[in-house]
Design a binder for this molecule. Sequence first.
Ligand code: ASP
Length: 276
Amino acid sequence: MTAPQAACLQAALEIGYHLLDRGASLLAAVEQVIRVLEQSGLFNAGKGARRQLDGVRRMDASIMEGLSLRAGAVASIEGIVHPIAAARLVMEETHHVLLVGPMATAFARYFKLEGQQTGRLIRRLSYGAMLERKQLLRDRHGTVGAVARDRSGTVAAGASTGGIDRMLPGRVGDTPIIGCGVYADNQSGAVSMTGIGEGIIRIAAAKEICDRLALRQSPVAAAKAVLKKLVTRIDGAAGALVLAPNGRFAIRHVTPRMAAGWWDGNGTPTVGDQFQ
Ligand code: ASP
């Protein structure tokens, strides 16, 4: 993690905590924390989102709240800085959970969300050439996410991403898929995932961690068990933010590093990139 990334994480944690302390809603706090990270350009989300193999930035985001189990998400959205804001608008302004592609972009434009260049068709690769490049799948993680809890014990989770390296145009990862990249339920907890989305989807990681919390496993035990399953069953790589309604939490990863942090309002926020 670079020094600017550490400073940005710390600032985001302070902003989120102070919003909650001043009575803002949990969802407003989660959205704002993720907005700070999207705006920074320092992570793989928002201004820093990576491009798909045709040169276009298509982003995914989701948000979920654990009291009512309401959720909103966007996939393959283009040309905006804050996909997390679009995800929250899907949740609050529609009866839907997920909007995709150009229609998600049109939705965000209708609500006048801040725009950015999509980077359209910088590289004119044939489909065959793109498929060959796709074989070199690897990932520099950098999705941004947050989990939070208010005084009443309601939890929420969100995430926003530009996807993974060398992805085919139209590829959608775990981040906007409720139960895979994100889940929140006051009866279990809140989870936000990062890592190679294909593996995270295949084991529905966020929901499985929550199911284990509901069976009274600790956040550390639940995260460890699901990350172990990801590695042993499908050779996946990921990290998880896990928060129980009682305030216990875990930051775990089976990747060499995961830039993350936490704050309960005492002292200064803790940020780091190795948590086991
Ligand atoms: N999970 C994201 C995706 O697969 C990528 C990441 O976390 O870095 O789209």
